[in-house]
Design a binder for this molecule. Structure first.
Ligand code: GSH
Length: 203
């Protein structure tokens, strides 16, 4: 058994995605609140476990530190196999699962950030950046979700937790095409009905 975990958390952050995942897994955990500061300094509590000063940071029962949302989600999915939050290692579905799990952090997030924070700048060259372009990312996400309830197989996996949370945040930040897309909004609405989502994201 994974034992008791500690999630360094701030509700205005990507830590809610890890929180949602811990709820999906029925994990035994404590939230450690991390304060965000306006003056550029960081809460010493987070610096004591993660030199990047970032949440989410998950600390396992033996003190092992896991950072980066997709790493935390993947670890939790594997640590609670009975919850069926990841396809079997080596299966074709595991390939799709990894694809979408990694797509969020390496394509969706940077594309959204580029689009939202560099609105007056020329887009970075498609061939150079790993996410190609914001529109290519949204087209790809819509294509992956078209006619499907979840990204992989017929039930929610850690890839849906990451993609769903990313799209949910993207909509809150008014990322172009996210609120307008019926496919994306239908997907978010399905995920938002999950009790684990509501416990973590609802407050
Ligand atoms: N690559 C990290 C990103 C984590 C991240 O950027 N966290 C932000 C909040 S969403 C943070 O902790 N910001 C506070 C700070 O940098 O002081 C992940 O995937 O977990």
């Amino acid at each position: 058994m994974p034992g008791r975990l500690k999630l360094y958390h701030n509700p205005q952050s990507r830590a809610v995605t890890a929180h949602w995942m811990l709820e999906e897994a029925g994990a035994d955990y404590d939230l450690v609140p991390v304060e965000f500061r306006e003056d550029g300094t960081r809460d010493p509590k987070i610096l004591a476990v993660n030199p990047m000063g970032k949440v989410p940071t998950l600390v396992l029962e033996d003190g092992t530190v896991v950072t980066e949302v997709p790493a935390i989600l993947a670890w939790v999915a594997d640590a609670y196999p009975e919850k069926n939050l990841a396809p079997a290692p080596g299966s074709p579905e595991r390939g799709s699962y990894y694809r979408w799990l990694f797509f969020v952090g390496s394509c969706f997030e940077p594309a959204l950030i580029e689009r939202m924070m560099r609105q007056d700048a020329e887009p970075l060259p498609k061939m150079m950046v790993g996410w190609s372009s914001y529109d290519d990312v949204i087209d790809t996400v819509e294509g992956a979700l078209k006619g499907r309830e979840f990204l992989v197989g017929d039930h929610c996996t850690a890839a849906d937790v990451y993609m769903g949370a990313g799209l949910w945040w993207g909509g809150m930040f008014k990322g172009p095409r996210i609120l307008e897309s019926e496919i994306i909004q239908g997907y978010i609405a399905r995920l938002a009905e999950r009790p684990a989502f509501q416990r973590a994201m609802g407050g």
